[in-house]
Design a protein around this ligand. Structure first.
Ligand SMILES: [Cu+2]
Length: 274
């Protein structure tokens, strides 16, 4: 997807942020771009990641960079560690997300950080344990494979399991069911997979447990998520959050049916695909 040439932070080009040494700030980062992965770094600093899409994760995590894909959110503590009276720059750095995404690219400036002359303050300790996150019980869960696909002919048509959204049948799900989805990406690009209406858990012991609604599926890889369709019956979408990919077909929907309240979808509007 096209990433655009100018980075904006809260709608501004390279805004200035004045900070005091040691005085912590909590940053809520939302990647509202259509296609650009953010890999955020600040020289001489680390961040304490607290969570993301659904607020706090189970534990805080000391990280060198914050990676936020389109649609994803990150919640982090920034502890200014530069000497008083100095300047620094928060940078976007290229992230490997498939063909052509890092070659010949350099970092870009996001935010100018000015540490004021005031004497440093002592940072507060950040708790290690943040939130109890009960693993979803996947015993008896329905299993599905969602293969993110790209077919190149006269046009580039993307899809899920080889089917673009304008031909896709909804996934049929009974209210109260738990499902385990294997999300496969054999394409040459990474895809941030996004589900509407429900938070899910990524089944991966190496990750800090958290509730998510957007997860990066790197090129030539797969991951597994668990979702509990415990409420909110009706029709919901899922799609790649690179909006160009979603528009090219990498999108689908599901219908969560409440047996006590049958859901009747509205007839689809005429679709004009370009
Ligand atoms: Cu994609």
């Amino acid at each position: 997807g096209r990433e655009g040439a100018v980075l904006l932070v809260n709608g501004k080009v390279r805004p200035r942020l004045k900070v005091r040494a040691g005085k912590q700030q909590r940053w809520r980062i939302i990647n509202a771009t259509r296609a650009r992965y953010y890999n955020i770094r600040l020289r001489n600093h680390r961040f304490m990641r607290l969570g993301g899409d659904n607020g706090l994760a189970a534990r805080s995590e000391d990280v060198y960079n914050l990676i936020v894909t389109p649609g994803e959110r990150a919640d982090a503590v920034f502890t200014p560690a530069d000497p008083p009276g100095t300047r620094n720059v928060l940078r976007w750095v290229p992230t490997e997300r498939g063909y052509g995404s890092t070659y010949n690219r350099s970092s870009e400036q996001m935010l100018a950080i000015e540490t004021v002359a005031d004497a440093p303050v002592t940072p507060e300790p950040i708790p290690a344990e943040l939130r109890a996150i009960e693993p979803i019980d996947i015993a008896g869960a329905t299993e599905r494979t969602l293969d993110l696909t790209i077919a190149i002919a006269s046009t580039v048509e993307m899809g899920v399991n080889g089917v673009p959204y304008w031909q896709a049948k909804p996934l049929e799900i009974a209210l109260g069911d738990t499902e385990v989805w294997r999300i496969v990406n054999n394409t040459d690009f990474s895809h941030p997979f996004h589900l509407h209406g429900y938070f899910f858990q990524v089944l991966d012991e190496n990750r800090v447990p958290e509730w998510k609604d957007t997860v990066n599926v790197p090129t030539k890889s797969e991951l597994t998520i668990a979702v509990r369709f415990d409420e909110r019956p009706g029709a919901w979408m899922y799609h790649c959050h690179i909006l160009d990919h979603a528009e090219a077909g990498m999108m689908g929907h599901l219908v969560v049916r409440d047996p006590n309240e049958p859901y009747t979808p509205a007839p689809p509007a005429a679709h004009h695909h370009h």
